[in-house]
Structure formats: structure tokens, C-alpha cells
Design a protein around this ligand. Sequence first.
Ligand code: B16
Ligand code: MG
Length: 214
Amino acid sequence: MKAVIFDLDGVIVDTAKYHYLAWKKLAAELGFEFDLIHNEKLKGVSRMDSLNIVLETGGIEGLTEEKKAELAARKNGYYLKMIEKIDESEILPGIPQFIEKLKTEGYRIALGSASKSGKMILDKLNLSDQFDAVVDGNLVELAKPNPQVFVKAAELLGIPCENCIVVEDAGAGIEAALAGHMKCIGVGDKKVLGAANLVVSGTDQLAGVDFTVL
Ligand code: B16
Ligand code: MG
């Protein structure tokens, strides 16, 4: 048996733009500007790790854990409001065709997302029925680049890690997949994702990937 484990944000749907706008709003309230260049560092990174990166960008130090939890919750509130109306029209190009191809070829499929809203987003995209296992940020303690999220997905599928292929758009996610002894397809810029076994420029290229080269 073989499986493909999908990252969510940046692979199935571009929720990164909403994460960015929510962090930007929080940063503005804290008195500094958060730009797209720094936003790259947040991809695939957990909510609290993201907050620490955002605060560092603004030169804000020494906040209590309680204050940090309040800021992370505030940002999440903005984010949830922004994705309230998300639907299948936001599924990235080629993803439905890729899933269909995998199913026809006998692959099992799982979600492996850092986001605590992962399952909820999959539901909003009407994709939950297609997945044999769903692991999101609620089911793991260790954030990417730790492989826990993908290893857990493989366990739920009952498929050895060596037989799993991860599809990821973030460096932290690729590191996690390789640390979990899985193969990895990167989606995006080869300069950033070069550690992956194969890199495609966009999700519309996935259905054409020849898995035998991995
Ligand atoms: P939440 P992924 C990740 O999703 C995002 O890329 C990252 O920007 C975000 O901080 C993280 O989820 C946590 O999300 O605040 O909703 O729990 O790429 O692993 O699907
Ligand atoms: Mg991602």
C-alpha cells in the first residue's frame, strides 16, 4: 500500500494570504508594519512559532506567555473571520484532478497540516470525504520541521512511512517529511524547496508527476 500526504495551506488552498492579512492587522495594532518578505518565514510554521517570528520582526521582546497567548488568539480571531466564507472555489488549480488520479491508481490520501483549523477548512472545501485520514494541528504537539504530523498520518492510514509521499510548499514541511523517512514533492520555488525529491512550480503540475522518479 502507498499513500500521499497533503499539506493544506499552500498546497490545497491558499490560506497563506489570510494568515498574512491577520498577522499584518495584529502587527499594525502593535505599532509596526509586517510585510510580505517576512511573511515567507511563517509558511508551515505553528501559530505560536509564527507569533514569535512576527514579534521579532517588530522588535518586541519580553512579553509574558499570557500576553503572547492573548495576541495569538486575537490573530486567530481575525483569521477565522476572514476564512468564514471560504469554499471549493478556492481549491488550488489541479488539486481535484490530482486526487482523482491518486484514487484511480490505488493511493490512500491523508492531510498533514500544522493548522488547528485544518479539518474545518477541509470541510468548508467539501474535500473531507476524499481523505482517508486527517491530521491537523489539534492532533500533534510538535510543529514542523518535526515529522510528527506526517508520521501520525501514516500511522492512521496503516502505511509505513517509507511508502508515503508528502506534498509540501514550505521548507519546514519538506524537512519534516524527510526526517520522517518519507519522499517529498515540493510545490513552489526550487531555490527554496531544493531539499525535496522533486519540485514542481505549481499545483497544476502535480497530476503530471511521474512517481517512479522519486
Ligand atoms: P493555525 P500548513 C500552516 O498550515 C500555515 O502554513 C502556517 O502559516 C500557520 O501558522 C499554521 O498552519 C498554523 O495555523 O494558526 O490555523 O493553527 O501549511 O501546515 O497546512
Ligand atoms: Mg503549507
